[in-house]
Design a protein around this ligand. Sequence first.
Ligand code: ADP
Ligand code: MG
Ligand code: MG
Length: 204
Amino acid sequence: MKITVKEIEAWLEAFREEITAHKEELSDLDQAIGDGDHGINMARGVKEMHNLLETKSFQVPGEILKAVSMVFIGKIGGAAGPLYGSAFMKMAAEAGTKEALSAEEFLGVLRAGKSAIVQRGKAETGEKTMVDVWLPLLKKFEGKQEIDWDDWENSAEELKNNTKEMHAKKGRAAYLGARSVGHIDPGATSSYYLFKALADTLRE
Ligand code: ADP
Ligand code: MG
Ligand code: MG
């Protein structure tokens, strides 16, 4: 498997479709433990990303990841915007100027994104954030040369569902304390859609 600009574009477009289709779900989840805007925030970001992909052409994966990072930082807003934005910024740096990435190299790119989120948000696993999807998912697949995309998608889904029983320690939901238990984290859910979109794009 080789990942080029074409695969990255298809992945990001699939992500846009997931977010657009689940905008209400994301805002409803955020209504329960936050301020109810996560769907709106993410939908605004992916719409602008779509406009960018329509109007500009890119030579290498790093270039597109960089441009998308700027859109996410500028357009998503809230806590999630800077987190997704930094993730894509670091992913771009890791991808560099390579034209095609192997599965292993691409996993390295995603791990760089994960590190950016952890560095910026300072969340650890178990604190009911998007980190609870990114970190264990990438750990599970670390070092793999081939990825079973069904396993990938199911793992991501299970990880976001696991945030339901967690007590929020970071972000707006932390203000609710124990009352955050019983609700799935909205950012973990949008990250699940990011990884589901990747599986849908790359599975044969
Ligand atoms: P806001 O809370 O500013 O309205 P959003 O609703 O767009 O922002 O995003 C909320 C999501 O951001 C949460 O569900 C959580 O997954 C994620 N999040 C918040 N703070 C952190 C953090 N410190 N580290 C990682 N993720 C975080
Ligand atoms: Mg919110
Ligand atoms: Mg908000």
